[in-house]
Ligand binder design. Structure first.
Ligand code: ADP
Ligand code: MG
Length: 232
């Protein structure tokens, strides 16, 4: 069985409908979407060992099937440079999560590479009641939240659709390099859209997708956060 099917089966058996970040990233990797290396550590000691394996700087995030908005829970610490910072981050994350979500089941933390800064992109999918699965593309942060600068297409999309989706957002100029910022690798972003479309097309169990954010660089694109919701 492929990774995706066994993860979806496990999620359903456990009565969940949202994959953890680690599970979602495994599904995307299998589908050909690049993500930062992410592993589960169930104790502080395990987290420290993984950090020295992965190499600093690292990111620690709360790993809980009950928490999907990790930052809101005080569950994300980025740019940790050494053991002392990881120890402190682990304690802070656990303290904050216990206060804000006392009933949440905690698996530990995810340990991941600190990705270098890039242009933040969002790729999403939801199922419209009338039209079915829709794929969304936009720039991260205020562009999506405040300006609603996003483009949509019905799934499945063709390569031409991916090209157009990216070109038609108002912020497109930012992807071509702005004030000395490095331009984004547009073909990589088109690839992400096409792979998400293909994944959804062959996996009707998937109800919702959020790649938020994907960091775009001049020669690649990598997802640093991923969320998948499955049908009940
Ligand atoms: P949330 O569940 O709150 O959406 P995220 O995983 O998206 O949590 O993390 C919050 C922010 O932290 C991201 O928008 C991104 O800017 C930054 N971030 C997350 N993971 C990484 C990473 N591996 N490398 C660099 N920055 C990251
Ligand atoms: Mg996120």
């Amino acid at each position: 069985m492929d990774i995706k099917s066994s993860i979806i089966e496990r999620v359903r058996k456990q009565g969940r409908d949202i994959l953890t970040e680690i599970e979602a990233k495994q599904v995307f990797q299998e589908a050909g979407v690049k993500t930062v290396e992410t592993r589960l550590a169930s104790t502080q000691k395990e987290a420290l060992a993984m950090c020295s394996q992965i190499g600093y700087p690292v990111v620690l995030k709360i790993a809980s099937p009950d928490i999907t908005h990790k930052s809101d829970a005080g569950g994300v610490k980025v740019g940790l440079k050494n053991e002392a910072e990881v120890k402190q981050a682990y304690r802070d994350i656990m303290a904050s999560v216990k206060e804000k979500y006392p009933a949440a089941k905690i698996e530990g933390v995810s340990v991941q590479n600190m990705a270098r800064p890039g242009i933040e992109i969002i790729v999403g999918m939801y199922k419209d009641k009338q039209f079915g699965p829709v794929i969304m593309f936009g720039l991260g942060g205020i562009f999506v939240e405040v300006l609603k600068d996003v483009s949509f297409r019905l799934i499945p999309i063709l390569p031409w659709d991916a090209v157009q989706m990216i070109k038609e957002i108002k912020g497109y100029a930012l992807l071509n390099g702005y004030r000395g910022q490095e331009p984004a690798d547009i073909p990589s972003l088109e690839g992400v859209l096409l792979k998400v479309s293909a994944l959804v097309e062959k996996t009707p169990e998937i109800k919702e997708i959020d790649l938020n954010p994907v960091f775009a660089y001049k020669d690649s694109a990598v997802a640093v956060d991923a969320r998948i919701v499955v049908e009940k």
